[in-house]
Structure formats: structure tokens, C-alpha cells
Design a protein. Sequence first.
Length: 442
Amino acid sequence: MEGKLTMAPRLERFVSPGKGNGLRAAARIRRGELVTTAEPLACCVSNKLARDVCHQCFTRCGTLLRCSQCKMARYCNVSCQKQAWAGHKRECKCLRSLLPRVPTDSVRLAARLIFALFSSSKSSSAELYSLDEHESHLNSMSEQKKQGLSQLASMLELYLQPEVPDPTQASVLPPSCQEALSLIAKVTCNCFTISDGELQEIGVGLYPSLSLLNHDCRPNCVMVFEGTKLQLRAVRDVNPEEELTISYIETLSLTEDRRRQLEDQYHFTCHCQRCDSHDKDGLMLSGEESTWRPLKEALPRLEALKAESNWQVLLESCNQLLSGDGGTVPIENLYKLRILDMALDASIHLEQWDKALIYGVETLKVYRRFYPDPHPVHGIQLMRVGKLQHYLEHIEDALNTFREAYKIMKLTHGDDHPLTIDLTMKMEECRSEMDKQSFSRQ
Ligand SMILES: [Zn+2]
Ligand SMILES: [Zn+2]
Ligand SMILES: [Zn+2]
């Protein structure tokens, strides 16, 4: 039944007190229910992953066909390449004109939005209406931020030269988006990060109908992607007329840090219940400051090692920090948790499965406390740990962990999501392996 036009919409626009436009439930919505799905009006694979992901269906692929003209766009097969051409034709010409430079993700996305509108139906222009209404926040922006955006705007104008020499003449755009600076401001403020099953960022997209969703640090909805299709699901029961919210940022961080990030990126001060009550800040700072300060201070260096995929050095550094004084810091401490997570990543990359399992199990103890509602991050972490247990032949543990993951993912991803299907298959494998074991013992 999901997604059929005959169904009454589950959400409607309204004016949220103190927040401006928002979306609210039009009827009662149950936990785990699919609220709505959306296809992007425009999207693009991030530059970082341009070589690893199909630019049409956003699937990760070992060998990809490369566009022979711009040498940037890549596709998993001829069919994806053909489907992509209508949207890529203009982009291809612009990309070639700028070589060897490649514009940033937001510049490429803004251009793709314009190209999509050139070849679009009325419905997507109507969708754009909501983007048109959004503030660009240019007036409340710091000088530094405005300067950064101005540079992007000049880049956009240069990039568009071969196809759209004068954006102000592009009548497909609503007036407020015709100027490069305000267009880029709106795009950066309203775009969604498209992530894959493992929640790794693979691209950015514009879903104007859902840009109206306001933020809450403990939201009642989560977004999950299947390719580029966005699925919005409720993670708590929602009453009719109650506002629907998502989190724009990683919720597992201190109030002060969440507020700063929201102010910097989205230009508002969060007054959600979690922020106003400084919920869990004390717990996240558990332990003696003198013991966790070195962990906190090491994080930027560790993040850099992770970004470089320098796993060996990363794992050694994590181990060093987690022994000695760091060993006495309670695992509820946020900085310790971040380091455990990085140690898990590094051990997996280095194929040190036993170590990875120890770190993974540690993190789960804390994830349970910090994610009171079903959350994709928690479900995926359980699935990773379950896979380690399965691989190391701790079959019973694996089955229990997969079960716990399923309880979350059937709500956050739904039963039809490829990842949930993968998970149920893993559970089935565990069960049949346990049957075989008990049979051979008899
Ligand atoms: Zn593809
Ligand atoms: Zn091309
Ligand atoms: Zn908040």
C-alpha cells in the first residue's frame, strides 16, 4: 500500500511556532511507519567518491564505465549511462570546460538543479516552490561565511558559462534563486547528505518537499536512503498535528557542540528539549577531566589519520590512548567512545577481527544508552558486530546481536530495505548453522 496515490497523505505543511514553516502529521503515525518517500530534484555523487560510485544509481561498484568526454562521471553499466545522459549532457560540457579543475559538491549540485529544471516537467518546478520560500540566511551570516559562499558563487558562474552564460536570464529558476550567491546559499542550507547502507556519505541531493522538516536533537523521524530515494520513517508514535522532525546533525554529541554546529551550518539556535535540559551532557563527560582531556585533544589528529586511511598508525594511537590513564575513563565518556569507534574501524580495515570484536562490543554497551529511540547508527553498529561474531564463529552471540539489530532496523529501514533483507538472511544462516551443530553433537 505504501506510496500509492490513493492513500491520504500522512503529512501536511503548517507554521511551526517560533520555527517558521514545518511539516506535521496529518493523521496518527505509528512507530516504524513509512511517512513518505521522495526522489531528488537534483543530486550528485561527492567528489571524494566519484571514482567508486555509479553517478546514476549511487551503487558502489568495483569496475565502472567512465564517461569518455569529461572522464569524471562513472556508471555501473550501459543502462545507467544511458539513463544518466539527459541529466549529464549539459554537466559534461561544463565539467570539460573547467578541466583539470573539478568544482565542489555544492557547485555541482546547484548546476544540476538548474539543468534539471531546464528539462523538467511542471511538477518539479512546483516542488521548487518550497526551496524558493526558504530563506538564504545571507543577512544573518558572518562575513567569513559569506565570503566562502561568494567564492562558490563565482565558481558556479564560471562553471555554468558554456550552458547558462547568464543565470539571471534563466527563467526556469524562481527569482530568488537566479542570483548565483543566493542560489548557492539555498543549496548548501537545504541539501541532504545521501548515505549508503553503512551510513557512509556518498553524495548530496535536493528534496525540496522535505526541506521543510525542522530539526530536533531527539527527532521523531529518521531518513534512510535506498540509492537516491529518500525514505522518511517515524521512530516514535506521532499524534495528529504533531510536528515531524529529523536531526540535521549527528545527535551523539554535547549540547554545546550540537548548538554550535547548527548555528554555523543552519543559522538557528536549537531550543529542543534535549538542548534546553542539557540532556546526557553529564554522562557524556563521565570520569575525571584530567584523564579524558588527552583523549579529547587527540581526536583531531585521529580524525586526520582516519581520513588518510592510515589504519596502522590510527590503531596504534588509539591503543596507546585507551591504555594507561585512558583505560580508567568510563566508556560512557563521549571522547572515549569516539576513540573506541575509530579503533573498531581501524581493526576491521586491518582484518584484526578479534580486536575489532572487543572494541565493537564495548561501543554497543554505550550505544544502547545514548540512542533511546530506534536509530540507524545503532542498528548498523549492531549489524557490524554481529557480522564479526558470525565470522569468528560465535554463532549464538551473532544471532542475538542480529536479532537486536533487526528490532531497530525493521523500524528505521523497514522490512523491504535491502539491508534489512540482508540482515534476515544472516539470521537464517546463523539458525541453520546452529541446527547443524546440535545435530552433529547428538
Ligand atoms: Zn548504476
Ligand atoms: Zn561526461
Ligand atoms: Zn537541540
